[in-house]
Design a protein around this ligand. Structure first.
Ligand code: URP
Ligand code: ZN
Ligand code: ZN
Length: 455
Protein backbone atom coordinates (compact mmCIF):
# COMPACT_ATOMS: atom_id res chain seq x y z
CA UNK A 1 0.00 0.00 0.00
CA UNK A 2 1.30 3.48 -0.88
CA UNK A 3 -1.17 5.60 1.07
CA UNK A 4 -3.76 5.19 3.80
CA UNK A 5 -6.46 7.82 4.26
CA UNK A 6 -7.21 7.18 7.89
CA UNK A 7 -10.42 7.39 9.91
CA UNK A 8 -12.64 9.44 7.62
CA UNK A 9 -16.34 8.85 7.00
CA UNK A 10 -16.54 6.99 3.70
CA UNK A 11 -19.64 7.95 1.71
CA UNK A 12 -21.20 5.74 -0.96
CA UNK A 13 -24.65 6.12 -2.55
CA UNK A 14 -26.09 3.66 -0.05
CA UNK A 15 -24.14 4.08 3.20
CA UNK A 16 -21.70 6.16 5.25
CA UNK A 17 -19.23 4.56 7.65
CA UNK A 18 -15.95 5.36 9.37
CA UNK A 19 -13.02 3.52 7.77
CA UNK A 20 -9.49 3.75 6.42
CA UNK A 21 -9.00 3.70 2.66
CA UNK A 22 -5.84 2.03 1.36
CA UNK A 23 -4.35 2.92 -2.01
CA UNK A 24 -1.81 0.98 -4.04
CA UNK A 25 -0.69 1.70 -7.61
CA UNK A 26 -3.36 4.33 -8.11
CA UNK A 27 -6.21 1.97 -7.16
CA UNK A 28 -8.21 1.49 -3.99
CA UNK A 29 -6.70 -1.66 -2.50
CA UNK A 30 -8.49 -1.91 0.86
CA UNK A 31 -11.29 -0.31 2.86
CA UNK A 32 -11.50 -1.21 6.53
CA UNK A 33 -10.55 -0.34 10.11
CA UNK A 34 -6.98 -0.07 11.34
CA UNK A 35 -5.30 -0.68 7.99
CA UNK A 36 -1.54 -0.74 8.16
CA UNK A 37 1.24 -1.26 5.67
CA UNK A 38 4.96 -0.74 6.23
CA UNK A 39 6.18 2.39 4.45
CA UNK A 40 2.71 3.62 3.47
CA UNK A 41 2.06 7.34 3.85
CA UNK A 42 -0.80 8.06 6.24
CA UNK A 43 -3.18 10.99 5.90
CA UNK A 44 -5.52 11.63 8.81
CA UNK A 45 -9.13 12.31 7.78
CA UNK A 46 -10.71 12.26 11.22
CA UNK A 47 -13.86 14.40 11.19
CA UNK A 48 -13.79 14.61 7.37
CA UNK A 49 -15.82 12.87 4.68
CA UNK A 50 -14.04 10.65 2.17
CA UNK A 51 -15.83 10.75 -1.16
CA UNK A 52 -15.40 9.49 -4.72
CA UNK A 53 -14.09 12.16 -7.11
CA UNK A 54 -16.96 13.74 -9.01
CA UNK A 55 -17.46 13.18 -12.73
CA UNK A 56 -18.58 16.26 -14.64
CA UNK A 57 -20.18 14.77 -17.75
CA UNK A 58 -20.93 18.11 -19.44
CA UNK A 59 -18.30 20.72 -20.29
CA UNK A 60 -17.23 22.84 -23.25
CA UNK A 61 -13.51 23.55 -22.98
CA UNK A 62 -11.79 25.70 -25.62
CA UNK A 63 -15.05 25.62 -27.54
CA UNK A 64 -15.48 27.96 -30.49
CA UNK A 65 -18.92 29.42 -29.82
CA UNK A 66 -20.80 32.71 -29.87
CA UNK A 67 -18.12 34.49 -31.93
CA UNK A 68 -15.28 33.55 -29.59
CA UNK A 69 -13.82 30.56 -27.77
CA UNK A 70 -14.83 29.52 -24.24
CA UNK A 71 -12.38 30.90 -21.68
CA UNK A 72 -11.17 27.65 -20.13
CA UNK A 73 -8.92 25.39 -22.14
CA UNK A 74 -8.09 21.78 -21.27
CA UNK A 75 -5.47 22.83 -18.75
CA UNK A 76 -7.31 25.56 -16.85
CA UNK A 77 -10.67 23.79 -17.02
CA UNK A 78 -9.36 20.51 -15.65
CA UNK A 79 -7.20 22.33 -13.09
CA UNK A 80 -10.29 24.08 -11.78
CA UNK A 81 -12.11 20.75 -11.87
CA UNK A 82 -9.75 18.95 -9.50
CA UNK A 83 -9.69 21.98 -7.19
CA UNK A 84 -13.45 21.51 -6.86
CA UNK A 85 -13.25 17.72 -6.42
CA UNK A 86 -14.03 16.72 -10.02
CA UNK A 87 -11.55 14.06 -11.12
CA UNK A 88 -13.05 13.14 -14.49
CA UNK A 89 -14.20 15.72 -17.03
CA UNK A 90 -16.29 14.94 -20.10
CA UNK A 91 -15.93 17.42 -22.91
CA UNK A 92 -18.09 17.76 -26.01
CA UNK A 93 -16.11 17.28 -29.23
CA UNK A 94 -18.14 18.94 -31.99
CA UNK A 95 -18.16 16.99 -35.26
CA UNK A 96 -18.37 19.10 -38.42
CA UNK A 97 -19.54 18.27 -41.92
CA UNK A 98 -17.15 15.86 -43.64
CA UNK A 99 -15.44 14.81 -40.41
CA UNK A 100 -15.75 11.46 -38.65
CA UNK A 101 -16.43 10.75 -34.98
CA UNK A 102 -13.09 9.20 -34.05
CA UNK A 103 -11.23 11.79 -36.11
CA UNK A 104 -13.06 14.59 -34.28
CA UNK A 105 -12.43 13.09 -30.86
CA UNK A 106 -8.77 12.37 -31.62
CA UNK A 107 -8.16 16.01 -32.47
CA UNK A 108 -9.56 17.13 -29.10
CA UNK A 109 -7.79 14.29 -27.27
CA UNK A 110 -4.49 15.52 -28.71
CA UNK A 111 -5.21 18.98 -27.31
CA UNK A 112 -6.14 17.64 -23.87
CA UNK A 113 -3.55 14.92 -23.27
CA UNK A 114 -0.42 17.09 -22.78
CA UNK A 115 -2.08 19.45 -20.31
CA UNK A 116 -4.98 17.68 -18.58
CA UNK A 117 -5.02 17.93 -14.78
CA UNK A 118 -8.01 15.56 -14.46
CA UNK A 119 -8.88 12.38 -16.32
CA UNK A 120 -10.98 13.16 -19.35
CA UNK A 121 -13.49 11.64 -21.75
CA UNK A 122 -15.51 12.85 -24.71
CA UNK A 123 -19.00 12.76 -26.06
CA UNK A 124 -19.20 13.58 -29.76
CA UNK A 125 -21.83 16.12 -30.86
CA UNK A 126 -22.98 15.14 -34.33
CA UNK A 127 -23.85 18.08 -36.57
CA UNK A 128 -23.92 16.34 -39.95
CA UNK A 129 -24.45 12.72 -40.97
CA UNK A 130 -22.04 13.03 -43.92
CA UNK A 131 -24.68 11.60 -46.23
CA UNK A 132 -25.37 8.82 -43.73
CA UNK A 133 -21.82 7.44 -43.56
CA UNK A 134 -21.32 8.62 -40.02
CA UNK A 135 -23.93 6.12 -38.86
CA UNK A 136 -21.57 3.38 -40.04
CA UNK A 137 -18.92 4.73 -37.70
CA UNK A 138 -20.86 4.27 -34.47
CA UNK A 139 -19.38 0.81 -33.73
CA UNK A 140 -15.81 2.07 -34.23
CA UNK A 141 -16.54 4.98 -31.89
CA UNK A 142 -17.71 2.52 -29.23
CA UNK A 143 -14.57 0.42 -29.74
CA UNK A 144 -12.48 3.58 -29.40
CA UNK A 145 -14.11 4.31 -26.04
CA UNK A 146 -16.61 7.00 -26.98
CA UNK A 147 -20.05 5.38 -26.62
CA UNK A 148 -22.10 8.58 -26.42
CA UNK A 149 -23.26 11.22 -28.85
CA UNK A 150 -25.07 14.48 -28.64
CA UNK A 151 -27.73 16.05 -30.80
CA UNK A 152 -28.32 19.77 -30.50
CA UNK A 153 -32.01 20.33 -31.26
CA UNK A 154 -31.10 24.05 -31.44
CA UNK A 155 -28.28 26.27 -32.72
CA UNK A 156 -29.49 26.31 -36.32
CA UNK A 157 -27.57 29.39 -37.41
CA UNK A 158 -24.44 28.12 -35.62
CA UNK A 159 -24.63 25.06 -37.92
CA UNK A 160 -24.91 22.61 -35.03
CA UNK A 161 -28.63 21.73 -35.05
CA UNK A 162 -29.91 18.34 -36.16
CA UNK A 163 -33.48 18.01 -37.42
CA UNK A 164 -35.93 15.35 -36.23
CA UNK A 165 -35.12 13.00 -39.12
CA UNK A 166 -31.44 13.07 -38.19
CA UNK A 167 -32.19 12.66 -34.51
CA UNK A 168 -34.37 9.64 -35.31
CA UNK A 169 -31.63 8.00 -37.39
CA UNK A 170 -29.10 8.61 -34.64
CA UNK A 171 -31.38 7.20 -31.93
CA UNK A 172 -31.98 4.02 -33.91
CA UNK A 173 -28.33 3.43 -34.80
CA UNK A 174 -27.17 4.33 -31.28
CA UNK A 175 -29.48 1.71 -29.85
CA UNK A 176 -28.13 -0.92 -32.28
CA UNK A 177 -24.51 -0.17 -31.42
CA UNK A 178 -24.61 0.31 -27.64
CA UNK A 179 -24.43 4.09 -27.64
CA UNK A 180 -26.22 6.71 -25.59
CA UNK A 181 -27.81 9.69 -27.35
CA UNK A 182 -27.68 12.96 -25.44
CA UNK A 183 -29.90 15.87 -26.45
CA UNK A 184 -29.95 19.60 -25.87
CA UNK A 185 -33.70 20.07 -26.08
CA UNK A 186 -35.22 23.40 -27.10
CA UNK A 187 -37.45 24.36 -30.03
CA UNK A 188 -35.39 26.43 -32.51
CA UNK A 189 -38.22 27.79 -34.63
CA UNK A 190 -40.17 29.18 -31.70
CA UNK A 191 -36.99 30.75 -30.33
CA UNK A 192 -36.31 32.41 -33.70
CA UNK A 193 -39.88 33.69 -33.88
CA UNK A 194 -39.76 35.22 -30.41
CA UNK A 195 -36.28 36.69 -30.83
CA UNK A 196 -37.37 38.43 -34.05
CA UNK A 197 -40.47 39.77 -32.31
CA UNK A 198 -38.54 41.14 -29.30
CA UNK A 199 -35.85 42.73 -31.44
CA UNK A 200 -38.51 44.40 -33.59
CA UNK A 201 -40.09 45.78 -30.42
CA UNK A 202 -36.71 47.05 -29.15
CA UNK A 203 -36.77 44.58 -26.22
CA UNK A 204 -33.11 43.69 -25.94
CA UNK A 205 -32.22 43.27 -22.25
CA UNK A 206 -31.14 39.82 -20.92
CA UNK A 207 -34.66 39.33 -19.58
CA UNK A 208 -35.68 38.75 -23.21
CA UNK A 209 -33.14 35.97 -23.52
CA UNK A 210 -35.28 34.18 -20.94
CA UNK A 211 -38.58 35.22 -22.56
CA UNK A 212 -37.42 34.11 -26.00
CA UNK A 213 -36.88 30.58 -24.70
CA UNK A 214 -39.11 30.16 -21.59
CA UNK A 215 -40.32 26.94 -19.99
CA UNK A 216 -42.60 25.79 -22.83
CA UNK A 217 -39.88 26.16 -25.47
CA UNK A 218 -37.71 23.66 -23.65
CA UNK A 219 -40.59 21.40 -22.58
CA UNK A 220 -41.82 20.84 -26.14
CA UNK A 221 -38.43 19.56 -27.22
CA UNK A 222 -38.05 17.37 -24.11
CA UNK A 223 -41.39 15.75 -24.86
CA UNK A 224 -40.50 15.37 -28.56
CA UNK A 225 -37.14 13.74 -27.83
CA UNK A 226 -38.72 11.40 -25.29
CA UNK A 227 -41.43 10.56 -27.81
CA UNK A 228 -38.89 9.46 -30.43
CA UNK A 229 -36.76 7.57 -27.92
CA UNK A 230 -39.83 5.67 -26.73
CA UNK A 231 -40.96 4.97 -30.29
CA UNK A 232 -37.60 3.41 -31.16
CA UNK A 233 -36.92 1.82 -27.77
CA UNK A 234 -33.67 3.80 -27.66
CA UNK A 235 -31.95 5.13 -24.55
CA UNK A 236 -31.97 8.91 -24.21
CA UNK A 237 -30.10 11.32 -21.95
CA UNK A 238 -31.44 14.86 -21.69
CA UNK A 239 -28.68 17.32 -20.82
CA UNK A 240 -29.17 20.42 -18.70
CA UNK A 241 -32.86 19.85 -17.98
CA UNK A 242 -34.23 23.09 -16.55
CA UNK A 243 -38.04 23.08 -16.68
CA UNK A 244 -40.85 21.50 -14.68
CA UNK A 245 -42.89 20.13 -17.58
CA UNK A 246 -39.77 18.41 -18.90
CA UNK A 247 -39.17 16.90 -15.46
CA UNK A 248 -42.73 15.57 -15.47
CA UNK A 249 -42.26 14.04 -18.92
CA UNK A 250 -39.04 12.35 -17.81
CA UNK A 251 -40.68 10.98 -14.65
CA UNK A 252 -43.65 9.63 -16.60
CA UNK A 253 -41.46 7.92 -19.20
CA UNK A 254 -39.26 6.40 -16.51
CA UNK A 255 -42.31 5.16 -14.59
CA UNK A 256 -43.45 3.46 -17.81
CA UNK A 257 -40.10 1.66 -17.90
CA UNK A 258 -38.31 3.59 -20.65
CA UNK A 259 -34.60 4.19 -20.47
CA UNK A 260 -34.72 7.96 -20.17
CA UNK A 261 -32.10 9.82 -18.14
CA UNK A 262 -31.94 13.46 -17.19
CA UNK A 263 -29.16 15.75 -16.06
CA UNK A 264 -29.49 19.16 -14.49
CA UNK A 265 -26.91 21.77 -13.48
CA UNK A 266 -26.26 23.75 -10.29
CA UNK A 267 -27.24 27.05 -11.94
CA UNK A 268 -30.79 25.71 -12.45
CA UNK A 269 -30.93 24.58 -8.82
CA UNK A 270 -29.65 27.75 -7.20
CA UNK A 271 -30.99 30.67 -9.23
CA UNK A 272 -34.25 31.64 -10.89
CA UNK A 273 -34.96 33.60 -14.06
CA UNK A 274 -35.04 36.75 -11.93
CA UNK A 275 -31.25 36.92 -12.39
CA UNK A 276 -31.92 38.18 -15.93
CA UNK A 277 -33.39 41.35 -14.44
CA UNK A 278 -30.17 42.10 -12.59
CA UNK A 279 -27.63 44.68 -13.70
CA UNK A 280 -25.22 41.80 -14.46
CA UNK A 281 -27.99 39.65 -15.98
CA UNK A 282 -25.97 39.06 -19.16
CA UNK A 283 -23.45 37.02 -17.16
CA UNK A 284 -26.18 34.43 -16.46
CA UNK A 285 -27.10 34.02 -20.12
CA UNK A 286 -26.89 30.36 -20.97
CA UNK A 287 -29.13 28.07 -22.96
CA UNK A 288 -31.52 26.81 -21.89
CA UNK A 289 -32.00 29.84 -19.66
CA UNK A 290 -32.53 29.56 -15.92
CA UNK A 291 -36.26 29.16 -15.28
CA UNK A 292 -38.82 30.09 -12.61
CA UNK A 293 -38.97 28.89 -9.00
CA UNK A 294 -41.48 26.12 -9.86
CA UNK A 295 -38.96 24.57 -12.21
CA UNK A 296 -36.12 24.92 -9.73
CA UNK A 297 -38.19 23.20 -7.03
CA UNK A 298 -39.31 20.44 -9.41
CA UNK A 299 -35.66 19.73 -10.25
CA UNK A 300 -34.74 19.33 -6.57
CA UNK A 301 -37.71 17.00 -6.04
CA UNK A 302 -36.70 14.95 -9.08
CA UNK A 303 -33.14 14.62 -7.76
CA UNK A 304 -34.51 13.38 -4.43
CA UNK A 305 -36.75 10.75 -6.02
CA UNK A 306 -34.13 9.68 -8.60
CA UNK A 307 -35.68 10.94 -11.84
CA UNK A 308 -32.94 13.51 -12.41
CA UNK A 309 -30.01 11.15 -12.10
CA UNK A 310 -26.99 13.35 -12.68
CA UNK A 311 -25.85 16.88 -11.93
CA UNK A 312 -23.19 18.28 -14.26
CA UNK A 313 -22.09 21.81 -15.07
CA UNK A 314 -22.34 22.70 -18.78
CA UNK A 315 -19.16 24.65 -17.95
CA UNK A 316 -18.72 27.11 -20.82
CA UNK A 317 -17.38 30.39 -19.40
CA UNK A 318 -16.70 33.58 -21.32
CA UNK A 319 -14.76 36.63 -20.22
CA UNK A 320 -16.59 39.70 -18.97
CA UNK A 321 -15.59 41.72 -22.06
CA UNK A 322 -17.24 39.05 -24.23
CA UNK A 323 -20.40 38.94 -22.16
CA UNK A 324 -20.44 42.73 -22.51
CA UNK A 325 -20.92 42.44 -26.29
CA UNK A 326 -24.55 41.91 -25.41
CA UNK A 327 -24.95 44.75 -22.90
CA UNK A 328 -27.54 46.36 -25.15
CA UNK A 329 -28.66 43.33 -27.15
CA UNK A 330 -29.14 39.90 -25.59
CA UNK A 331 -28.64 38.13 -28.92
CA UNK A 332 -24.97 39.15 -28.91
CA UNK A 333 -24.15 37.56 -25.54
CA UNK A 334 -22.08 34.36 -25.87
CA UNK A 335 -24.18 31.65 -24.19
CA UNK A 336 -22.61 29.84 -21.27
CA UNK A 337 -21.47 30.11 -17.65
CA UNK A 338 -18.76 28.74 -15.38
CA UNK A 339 -19.36 25.94 -12.90
CA UNK A 340 -16.78 23.18 -13.01
CA UNK A 341 -15.20 24.11 -9.67
CA UNK A 342 -18.55 24.77 -8.01
CA UNK A 343 -20.44 21.56 -8.83
CA UNK A 344 -19.32 19.28 -6.01
CA UNK A 345 -19.02 21.97 -3.29
CA UNK A 346 -22.50 23.19 -4.20
CA UNK A 347 -24.17 19.75 -4.12
CA UNK A 348 -22.27 18.70 -0.99
CA UNK A 349 -23.15 22.02 0.61
CA UNK A 350 -26.81 21.26 -0.16
CA UNK A 351 -26.33 17.93 1.61
CA UNK A 352 -24.62 19.62 4.55
CA UNK A 353 -27.67 21.86 4.90
CA UNK A 354 -30.05 18.90 4.73
CA UNK A 355 -31.63 19.45 1.30
CA UNK A 356 -30.39 16.06 0.13
CA UNK A 357 -28.23 13.40 1.77
CA UNK A 358 -24.48 13.15 1.23
CA UNK A 359 -25.21 9.73 -0.28
CA UNK A 360 -27.45 11.38 -2.87
CA UNK A 361 -24.80 14.02 -3.66
CA UNK A 362 -22.26 11.26 -4.31
CA UNK A 363 -24.79 9.32 -6.36
CA UNK A 364 -25.70 12.17 -8.74
CA UNK A 365 -22.20 13.63 -9.06
CA UNK A 366 -20.13 10.44 -9.24
CA UNK A 367 -21.82 7.02 -9.18
CA UNK A 368 -24.62 7.63 -11.67
CA UNK A 369 -22.47 9.48 -14.24
CA UNK A 370 -19.99 6.56 -14.12
CA UNK A 371 -22.74 3.98 -14.59
CA UNK A 372 -24.65 5.78 -17.32
CA UNK A 373 -21.55 6.60 -19.36
CA UNK A 374 -19.49 3.42 -18.94
CA UNK A 375 -16.63 4.63 -16.69
CA UNK A 376 -16.06 1.23 -15.16
CA UNK A 377 -13.12 2.20 -12.92
CA UNK A 378 -14.64 5.45 -11.67
CA UNK A 379 -17.43 6.88 -9.57
CA UNK A 380 -17.30 4.94 -6.34
CA UNK A 381 -15.11 4.04 -3.41
CA UNK A 382 -14.64 0.29 -3.72
CA UNK A 383 -11.68 -2.03 -3.87
CA UNK A 384 -10.29 -2.19 -7.41
CA UNK A 385 -11.61 1.21 -8.50
CA UNK A 386 -9.36 4.13 -9.39
CA UNK A 387 -8.31 6.04 -6.29
CA UNK A 388 -10.06 9.24 -7.34
CA UNK A 389 -10.84 10.54 -3.88
CA UNK A 390 -11.99 13.79 -2.32
CA UNK A 391 -11.49 14.60 1.35
CA UNK A 392 -14.21 17.02 2.39
CA UNK A 393 -14.35 19.16 5.50
CA UNK A 394 -18.02 19.64 6.44
CA UNK A 395 -17.04 22.41 8.86
CA UNK A 396 -15.16 24.61 6.41
CA UNK A 397 -17.26 27.52 5.17
CA UNK A 398 -16.35 28.97 1.79
CA UNK A 399 -17.49 31.99 -0.16
CA UNK A 400 -17.07 31.63 -3.91
CA UNK A 401 -15.30 34.37 -5.83
CA UNK A 402 -13.57 34.46 -9.22
CA UNK A 403 -10.46 35.31 -7.16
CA UNK A 404 -10.40 31.98 -5.31
CA UNK A 405 -11.20 29.78 -8.32
CA UNK A 406 -8.52 28.10 -10.45
CA UNK A 407 -9.94 28.81 -13.92
CA UNK A 408 -9.02 31.31 -16.62
CA UNK A 409 -12.25 33.30 -16.48
CA UNK A 410 -12.46 36.73 -14.87
CA UNK A 411 -15.94 36.61 -13.33
CA UNK A 412 -18.40 34.02 -12.09
CA UNK A 413 -22.15 33.84 -11.62
CA UNK A 414 -21.31 32.24 -8.27
CA UNK A 415 -19.57 35.36 -6.92
CA UNK A 416 -20.47 35.83 -3.23
CA UNK A 417 -22.38 32.55 -2.92
CA UNK A 418 -21.45 30.74 0.31
CA UNK A 419 -21.29 26.99 0.67
CA UNK A 420 -21.14 25.12 3.95
CA UNK A 421 -18.26 22.63 3.83
CA UNK A 422 -15.54 22.38 1.20
CA UNK A 423 -13.13 19.87 -0.36
CA UNK A 424 -9.70 20.06 1.25
CA UNK A 425 -7.89 17.41 -0.80
CA UNK A 426 -8.34 15.74 -4.16
CA UNK A 427 -6.48 12.60 -5.23
CA UNK A 428 -6.33 11.58 -8.89
CA UNK A 429 -5.56 7.87 -9.14
CA UNK A 430 -3.84 8.10 -5.77
CA UNK A 431 -1.84 11.21 -6.51
CA UNK A 432 -2.54 14.38 -4.52
CA UNK A 433 -3.55 17.11 -6.98
CA UNK A 434 -5.37 19.62 -4.75
CA UNK A 435 -4.43 20.52 -1.20
CA UNK A 436 -6.22 23.15 0.88
CA UNK A 437 -6.81 25.80 -1.76
CA UNK A 438 -3.84 25.04 -4.02
CA UNK A 439 -3.43 23.00 -7.18
CA UNK A 440 -0.45 20.71 -6.48
CA UNK A 441 -0.61 18.32 -9.44
CA UNK A 442 1.25 18.23 -12.74
CA UNK A 443 -0.57 19.21 -15.94
CA UNK A 444 -0.55 16.26 -18.31
CA UNK A 445 -1.11 13.62 -15.61
CA UNK A 446 -4.81 13.43 -16.54
CA UNK A 447 -5.50 10.41 -18.76
CA UNK A 448 -8.06 9.61 -21.45
CA UNK A 449 -10.87 7.44 -20.08
CA UNK A 450 -11.75 4.68 -22.51
CA UNK A 451 -15.37 3.96 -21.76
CA UNK A 452 -17.45 0.83 -22.21
CA UNK A 453 -20.43 0.74 -24.55
CA UNK A 454 -23.91 -0.23 -23.40
CA UNK A 455 -24.80 -3.90 -23.48
O1 URP B 1 -25.30 28.23 -22.97
C1 URP B 1 -24.75 27.16 -23.09
N1 URP B 1 -25.25 26.13 -22.50
N2 URP B 1 -23.61 27.07 -23.81
C2 URP B 1 -22.90 25.89 -24.15
C3 URP B 1 -23.53 25.11 -25.25
C4 URP B 1 -24.70 24.29 -24.79
O2 URP B 1 -25.79 24.51 -25.23
O3 URP B 1 -24.56 23.38 -23.97
ZN1 ZN C 1 -26.67 22.72 -24.50
ZN1 ZN D 1 -23.54 22.26 -23.02
Amino acid sequence: MDLIIRNGTVVTPSESFVADVGIAGGKISAIGRDLSAPGAKVSDATGKLVLPGAIDVHTHLAMPFGGTVSADDYESGTRAAVCGGVTTVFDYAIQRKGKGIVETVEARRAMAAPVACADFAFHCAITDLNGGSILDEFSSAVAYGVPSLKCFMVYKKEGMMVDDGTLAKILVRAKETGMMTNVHAENPDVIDMRVAQFLAEGKKSPWYHYLSRPEFVEAEADVRAIHWAKAFGAPLYIVHLANKEGVEAVSKARAEGHEIYAETCPQYLNFTCDVYKREDGRNFVCSPPIKGADSRDALWDAIRRGDVMTVATDHCPFQQSEKDWGKDDFTKIPNGCAGIENLYPYMLGAANEGRITFNKAVEVCAANPAKIFGCEAKGSLAVGKDADIVVYDPGKDFTISAKNMHSNYDHTIWEGVSVRGYPVQTYLRGSLVYDNGAYVGTPGEGAFVKRAGRS
